[in-house]
Design a protein around this ligand. Sequence first.
Ligand code: AMP
Length: 429
Amino acid sequence: MIKSPRGTRDLLPPDTALWNFVEAAVRDVFRAYNFHEIRTPIFESTELFARGVGEETDIVSKEMYTWEDRARAQSEKTQSLTLRPENTAGVVRSYIEHQLGETGQLQKLFYIGPQFRRERPQKGRYRQFSQIGAEVIGPPSAGSESPLRDAEVLEMLATLLNELGITGWKLELNSVGSAADRARYNEVLRTALDAVVSSMCVDCQRRAATNPIRVLDCKVPADQPIIDTLPVIADSLNEASRAHFAQVLAALDAAAVPYTRNHRLVRGLDYYTRTTFEFTHGGLGAQNALLGGGRYDGLSEMLGGPRAPGIGFAMGEDRLVLTLLAQEAAAPQVLADAYIAPLGESLNAAALSLARELRSQGLRIELGDGSFRLKKSFEVADKTARRMIILGEDELQSGILTVKTFATGIQTKVPRTELAVFLTKPASE
Ligand code: AMP
């Protein structure tokens, strides 16, 4: 038997109804905040992620699906391509390629789509997963650096989770400062680590040499007490970074968005500057991050573009759905409004036109088959629809149809002209 590859899964009804509910709700919220949708390719040149996300990160160093795309014609070059492991680099590439900064406007873009990482699969962690994300990016003259933008994005996320009915989320917040602040902090950390790193895990020993800040991502239990004694990044921030962060916090206080500060939140990607954040949820187990994001004021320039500060986030759609399922807001079985049962194969064509008529009036219709006996039609209809319409020769001639409502067991004679209105009544009537 051929199965879906490790780390991927099929989303089946009725769960897909929950996925659609999530996507519809987020689209409504994005609309209210005047975000517009962007769709970028699912694969990009490998170099984009190497430069944008960072060679030293786990994602780039070990989790990407990369292949050599061999030239098929003289006009083409062989190039290295990668299934996107995240979407911010792609959005910023697109921003640069289409010169969206030339408009002088702030670009507020959102996306929904699959991402790919070769991680060890577990609950809430897959090799193909779906992210819902958004980016606010633009030239500094459009206000893209304003702390108000950070606060607005965070307030939108709090609203979004509340709209979805997700309760018990927690917002953790930090500032990683400017590139210069981070460089300074890396040196402070390097010095502090000199004294203790020999008793830490091998990964930390490597990180201490290459990129000390990544030591803060370490999950090895024995290393945690050591990490707790290390200097915090807040003490390495310059005046401008401190002031920016203070204004973000003040705006969140004013908007009554609750948060906690987490000095260790430096996030796994190299492009972050200043504000970084995560929303977590206790119900998710080990993979407790619902979403993560932050500012990336230098990313456009890292990718060869103009100065274009920005802030964004990516939410794990799989984890949103898991959280909703755990809250017992499971997707209801969606039943059709009616099942049409033609009495005999000679009535199939008439049944198809009746189905068409009702569907065009916005009803959800399941079409039966005239080769079924009436008893079998009742059984199938009872599982898939709220009502069954019996269409025999008499009904076709008289224009009066027999409708059975399953919840009440009542059979009603309904004129064809009144059928659509009848079918939209609650099934308990
Ligand atoms: P990251 O870009 O790693 O911060 O990811 C942002 C969000 O995407 C996380 O908070 C998760 O909700 C989700 N996510 C990341 N990796 C995975 C994965 N392998 N499987 C499912 N969701 C993921």
